[in-house]
Design a protein around this ligand. Structure first.
Ligand code: S3P
Length: 167
């Protein structure tokens, strides 16, 4: 059975864009976890956050269980999936975990705040979130790649997965 490839990292680090490109290049399916949750709950991420972050995190937990049964799929996660140990325990049973790192300055200048409920009130909160989460991304990763450029980063992932005989 082919393991899934799970992309983790901060919001705005490029998980979805790289995930789509990666899946296409290696012939895997692609799933964006936030989109999956939106369909499952029939609500947008913003609507879920209006109900409360706990509501979204519960939906994320349910989605982690469901997506862990997939095969041969590149899964791009939401930046906060690593906050729940159970999520990562079940997702990584069947996935190879890639931490996509991107300079926080690049994230700050490019991230679309209107689509990130956690940053809507105070965009500077991203620095606090980054500090808190960085050790968790490190903890759960199998490999880490730097995203300075989408194509180069995708190629880097493919090379690393090939070297580790994952592909
Ligand atoms: C979140 C990141 C978002 C989305 C939700 C919460 C987070 O996904 O899951 O807004 O806690 O970092 P992206 O990482 O795709 O922005």
């Amino acid at each position: 059975m082919k393991k899934n490839i799970l992309l983790i990292g901060m919001m705005g680090c490029g998980k979805s864009t790289i995930g789509k490109k990666l899946a296409k290049e290696i012939g895997y399916f692609f799933i964006d976890m936030d989109e999956f949750i939106e369909k499952e709950e029939n609500k947008s991420i913003s609507q879920m956050f209006l109900i409360g972050e706990d509501y979204f995190r519960e939906a994320e937990k349910k989605a982690s269980k469901k997506l862990s049964t997939l095969e041969k799929t590149v899964i791009s996660t939401g930046g906060g999936v690593i906050l729940n140990h159970e999520n990562m325990e079940c997702l990584r049973k069947n996935s190879y975990v890639i931490f996509i790192e991107r300079d926080i300055c690049d994230i700050v200048s490019k991230v679309d705040i209107s689509k990130r409920p956690l940053l809507k009130k105070d965009p500077n909160k991203i620095y606090e979130i980054y500090e808190k989460r960085y050790p968790l991304y490190e903890k759960y990763k199998d490999i880490k790649v730097k995203n300075n450029n989408i194509s180069e980063c995708t190629t880097d992932i493919i090379n690393k997965l090939t070297n580790k005989e994952i592909l």
